[in-house]
Design a protein around this ligand. Structure first.
Ligand code: FES
Ligand SMILES: [Fe+2]
Length: 256
């Protein structure tokens, strides 16, 4: 790996300083490739759904995509499709993208603007705030089957720094508790002022943890991104670990 002198401390001095702080080591599991199963096992993936994805706050999108009342976008997480909508000037709501009549998917687009959602199957209709607006030929239903006037099924939705988060677990702690020390650490970056300039998604035929693992290390930079090594100090990536498993990786840039 190419090395060169920079203004920053030498790695050895830096490591010694960190050791002097006596930070308890982070538990990182018991090996590098000892638990391959988590990358391909269907059963492990099901467990991830049960104990992780359906219980944590995840980022569904940005508030800049919900400027006007009636703006909405969809967010897919595992087997669920979720509608995130601005239902009032001061209100963002999240709904399962599922009709309450016979379970048809309500909307198919990624983004939209409307004050109601019309089911494509039998045209039952919901207001942008999830309340029921219309049942087609309501008089043909026995009163007892529609008297609850079913609203869309809602899930928890909170925002931080322009990000819209959702959580399917009614018993999960509030977003601020989940984020722990992250907002303080991120304050410097003023994420609330960021706007989306390009919406880009790729599908990789791999387990999600393979890509995450690669994005959490700079060890491969010299081999896979040699052009970057001229700009970044790939020997001195810095990691901070906050509560609840959040972490931040800082990539130093060469100063000269
Ligand atoms: S399934 Fe949606 S209106 Fe019937
Ligand atoms: Fe990379």
């Amino acid at each position: 790996m190419a090395t060169r002198e920079i203004d920053a401390e030498k790695p050895v001095e830096r490591a010694a300083k960190k050791r002097a702080l006596n930070i308890p080591p982070v538990k990182v599991g018991d090996g590098i490739l000892h638990d391959q199963e988590k990358y391909y096992s269907r059963e492990f993936m099901d467990r991830e759904w049960e104990s992780l994805w359906s219980r944590v706050w995840t980022i569904a999108g940005r508030l800049t995509d919900l400027k006007r009342v009636g703006d909405w976008f969809t967010y897919k997480l595992g087997k669920e499709s979720i509608i995130i909508a601005r239902s009032a000037e001061d209100r963002i709501q999240a709904f399962y993208n599922v009709c309450q009549h016979r379970g048809s998917q309500l909307v198919n687009q990624d983004f939209g603007h409307s004050m109601s959602f019309v089911c494509p199957f039998h045209t039952w209709t919901w207001n942008i705030d999830g309340s029921l607006k219309r049942i087609t030929d309501a008089e043909t239903f026995p009163e007892r089957t529609i008297c609850d006037k079913p609203g869309l099924s809602e899930m928890r939705c909170e925002t931080w720094a322009g990000f819209v988060f959702v959580n399917m677990d009614d018993n999960a702690p509030p977003l601020s508790e989940f984020l722990a020390g992250l907002p303080d650490a991120m304050a410097l970056y003023k994420m609330e002022d960021m706007v989306v300039v390009k919406d880009y998604s790729v599908n990789w035929p791999m387990n999600w943890k393979i890509s995450l693992d690669a994005f959490m290390e700079g060890y491969h930079a010299h081999a896979r991104h040699p052009e970057l090594v001229r700009m970044i100090d790939d020997y001195n990536f810095d990691y901070e670990v906050f509560g609840n498993g959040h972490s931040m990786m800082t990539i130093p840039m060469w100063t000269k």
